[in-house]
Design a protein around this ligand. Structure first.
Ligand code: PXL
Length: 270
């Protein structure tokens, strides 16, 4: 009997099951990886107010305690792969950055969730800057979407696949070894294309688009699936390819809800 790989996620809860922590753990499980998680914040959509995000950060000491527990419970030999999702505040970012330096990570996948509706724009800017300064230097893989890639690469806009590739290179130049920039349905064309920049080469990962509507949780699912595959020993390029298959299948079998976006089904492959 082979033992399952393990992966750790540090992210926010989104209660409806469409995004965040819940998606991360479901994805890990679906890919045969034992998951563990520390919560950074709680997001509860407001059905009375167009599903706006109600955002509640978790006390930094409580975040630090959770990470302490996970690292004490699972040694470096069995746990060297983690994903960072939504952090939400500069204090949270300080705490998580500090806690992460306690371990030598083989891979740290950062999904740079930059804004959350319901947060003040001023606060969001501080958070973006803190993420750039304190979390990016720790990342081995970063998975920005078009909006996040535009911001992180300091570009005016990303309108084509070539722009997306340029953004990936610029983000890589800031010191992140692997950049997975996600075009998804945001760029024109029949294909949903994501690109991987590994410091030397660009690789395109293309699958036919499944409709033209965004689906909630696709980004979280992709980053979590990359993390799970890395935990199992894949190279980054293999992990992105597997993750792209996993998320495409989940989007094909997406579920309708009363929110404006359908949600990805992380169990589609099982
Ligand atoms: O999809 C980004 C995301 C990540 N994490 C949490 C979220 C969201 C979007 O709603 O709520 C907790």
């Amino acid at each position: 009997m082979t033992l399952p790989a393990r992966a750790f996620v540090i992210a926010g809860s989104e209660a409806t099951g469409g995004a965040g922590f819940q998606v991360d753990l479901k994805t890990f499980q679906s890919l045969g990886v034992m998951g563990m998680g520390a919560l950074t914040c709680i997001v509860s959509f407001d059905p009375q107010n167009q599903w706006a995000h109600r955002f509640h950060p978790i006390e930094p000491t409580v975040i630090a305690e959770q990470i302490e527990a996970v690292l004490a419970c699972h040694s470096q030999e069995v746990l060297d792969t983690a994903k960072v999702g939504m952090l939400g505040t500069p204090d949270t970012i300080d705490t998580v950055a500090q806690a992460l330096t306690q371990r030598e990570w083989n891979h740290l996948v950062v999904d740079p969730v930059l804004i959350c509706k319901g947060q003040e724009p001023g606060a969001a800017l501080d958070t973006d800057n803190a993420l750039r300064e304190k979390i990016l230097p720790l990342a081995t893989v970063i998975t920005p979407n078009v909006f996040e890639a535009t911001t992180l690469a300091e570009m005016d806009s990303i309108d084509t696949i070539e722009d997306l590739e340029e953004a990936a290179r610029r983000i890589g130049d800031k010191g992140v070894p692997y950049v997975v920039a996600k075009g998804g349905v945001e760029l024109p064309g029949e294909e949903a294309i994501d690109v991987l920049w590994d410091g030397q080469n660009i690789t395109r990962f293309s699958r036919p688009k499944v409709g033209n509507q965004r689906v909630s949780g696709a980004g979280c699912t992709l980053a979590a699936a990359i993390t799970a595959e890395l935990a199992k020993g894949a190279t980054v390029a293999e992990a992105v390819d597997q993750a792209k298959d996993f998320v495409t299948l989940g989007i094909q079998q997406r579920l309708e809800c009363n929110t404006p976006f359908d949600v990805v089904w992380q169990g589609a492959r099982n």
